[in-house]
Design a protein around this ligand. Sequence first.
Ligand SMILES: [Zn+2]
Length: 96
Amino acid sequence: MSTVPVPGCCEMLTRVGKHTIDVAACPCCAHRTGGGTCPVCFWTDDGSTDQNAGTARGGPNGDLSLSDARLNYAIYGASHPRYQEAVRQPRPEELP
Ligand SMILES: [Zn+2]
């Protein structure tokens, strides 16, 4: 994150990206929701990967590790039981 944003240049990259690059998949539920807080499982992408999935990072997901979130998603359909009312079904274009 050390790049200095260049007006116009970034806009162009974003626009091109939508046509040529797949939307980022959620590391928890694998739906292509583009990072941030996933509306399908409510996991917030904090940079956790398979390499550190067992470690809770204490960021936006609190004491929830990616492994726990995946397990919760399999059981409850949300990264944490408290999010069951907040999540929605994935859209067809978001399917893995
Ligand atoms: Zn997700």
